[in-house]
Design a binder for this molecule. Structure first.
Ligand code: PLP
Length: 467
């Protein structure tokens, strides 16, 4: 039996980036794979279908040829094109289809910290920056291993005005993010013969930093944290020749502590006295809602510090771009290594970042995101403060509600059964601590999902009798 031309329900869209024959072939392929066209059915003639869908006959012929070549259709000379019997084992288009709004997958809400929200203004700026990039010829030569000079100069300017960190392009290396910066710093430090590969690290702390250090053969020495971040006095427990400490003094990750100035100075003194290097990860300093960020530790002791910045909390973690400020000898070692192994962040992405900074779009986008986060920070504080101590309020993209470890675990489990994933501090804890809590990330969820998730968390805390 020949299928009537209107039975294929093919729609074509001239604005679609796929060519017309590809759209027609995709429509037929999908219908066969869904079982809407039975094996053995004869497709309409190319003439009939072209009239039905309003396209040139050559378009339909091309689509049929493609489907014959792929094995979906059987072309019988003088008779027409027939649907072949294709097993339904591989249905890649089904797997790729996004989850329906009402499916359990789509309903789950994750309060995982650290994923940013992209304001519409930032999306527009991003598009314009890439138009700028596209207007230049492809970069033909090998890049400067430290990064584009223009970008490094703009980053130096940004750090001076936004972070009070006064530096120059010569001290900056463009990276693919904080973790890359940490890797480059550890590589440069371990190039010294006889160095003890020990990295002192906050506990609870950034797991990826610990994982990277261990991956590179370093031993991680846990140092406890309190409301003021890393307990500097506890660095005395680290082996005597510990060459580096990794810290997040401006918004301890994940417990949210802000290291006070006296402790910053003590940390700087410790580095000066021991010859150790402080690796300062300033991962979310763009987002402060009350007080301005405190001066960086790097500014206090520039010869013994590496400063790490990233766009992962502003543009997004998939962009893979960041920067480090390091002492001259380390910059030299890093650029030598990079030249040797050809490890350069892509020039186009560096151009795009330069363009965002040059046009002031970076600052405007950050301000737009900050307005949203400030409101959410307040909502979280208002909803959760009655349940216990909150840490990290007024900064970043997450807040922590401190709880007993067991209680935090139960509350997270309750939330999970109600479709909301809330991490606990245990996820970021390496050696046991007395501190437990739930981490409430509010960066990426839409307003209504955020409110819903917060409601689920509040219910779970009430059910558990936390007060
Ligand atoms: C403490 C901390 N530092 C840095 C980053 C970002 O790292 P990267 O720039 O490598 O994406 C994150 C992301 O979650 C983080 O939590």
């Amino acid at each position: 039996m020949t299928l009537p031309p209107n039975s294929l329900s093919i729609t074509v869209d001239r604005a679609d980036r796929r060519t017309l024959p590809v759209q027609v072939a995709d429509g037929i392929r999908t219908a066969i794979d869904r079982g809407e066209l039975a094996p053995g059915a004869r497709l309409p003639s190319t003439r009939a279908l072209s009239v039905e869908v309003g396209l040139a006959r050559a378009v339909v012929e091309k689509a049929y040829e493609q489907l014959v070549a792929e094995g979906w259709l059987d072309a019988r000379r003088g008779s027409g094109n027939y649907v072949r019997d294709v097993p339904h084992a591989v249905r890649s288009h089904r797997r790729l289809r996004p989850a329906r709004e009402d499916s359990p997958v789509a309903q789950r809400i994750s309060l995982r910290p650290g994923i940013p929200w992209t304001p519409p203004r930032a999306s527009e700026a991003w598009k314009r920056a890439w138009r700028d990039v596209g207007a230049s010829p492809p970069p033909g030569d090998y890049p400067d291993p430290a990064g584009l000079l223009d970008l490094r100069t703009r980053i130096a300017d940004l750090l001076g005005r936004a972070r009070g960190l006064h530096t120059t392009a010569d001290s900056i290396v463009v990276t693919t993010g904080s973790i890359h910066g940490l890797d480059l710093a550890l590589g440069a430090l371990s190039a010294h013969l006889g160095v003890e590969k020990v990295l002192a690290l906050e506990n609870p702390g950034y797991r990826s930093a610990a994982a990277l250090a261990e991956h590179r053969g370093w031993t991680v020495h846990d140092v406890p944290v309190d409301r003021g971040g890393l307990e500097v006095g506890e660095l005395k427990t680290a082996p005597p020749r510990t060459p580096a400490v990794y810290v997040t003094p401006s918004h301890q990750y994940p417990t949210g502590g802000l290291m006070p100035i006296a402790r910053r100075r003590a940390l700087a003194d410790w580095a000066r006295n021991t010859g150790s290097t402080i690796i300062e990860d300033d991962y979310d300093s763009e987002f402060r809602y009350g007080i301005a960020p405190l001066p960086t530790v790097t500014e206090l002791v520039p010869d013994n510090a590496v400063y790490l910045g990233t766009v992962s909390k502003t543009l997004g973690a998939g962009v893979r771009l960041g920067w480090m400020v390091a002492p001259p000898s380390m910059v030299e070692r890093i650029t030598e290594t990079r030249r040797a192994i050809g490890d350069h962040p892509s020039i186009p992405i560096q151009y795009a970042m330069s363009s965002l900074l040059r046009d002031g779009e970076w600052d405007r986008s950050v301000r737009a995101a900050r307005r949203i986060y400030r409101a959410r920070d307040r909502i979280v504080a208002a909803a959760l403060s009655r349940f216990g101590e909150l840490r990290g309020v007024g900064a970043g993209l997450h807040t922590v509600l401190m709880l007993d470890t067991d209680v935090a675990r139960d509350v997270a489990a309750d939330c999970a059964t109600n479709g909301v994933d809330v991490p606990t501090l245990e996820h970021s804890t390496r050696s046991p601590t007395t501190q437990g809590g739930v981490v409430v990330g509010y960066g990426s969820v839409s307003d209504d999902r955020f409110q819903r998730a917060l409601g689920v968390l509040v219910d779970a805390l009430e059910r558990k009798g936390v007060s």
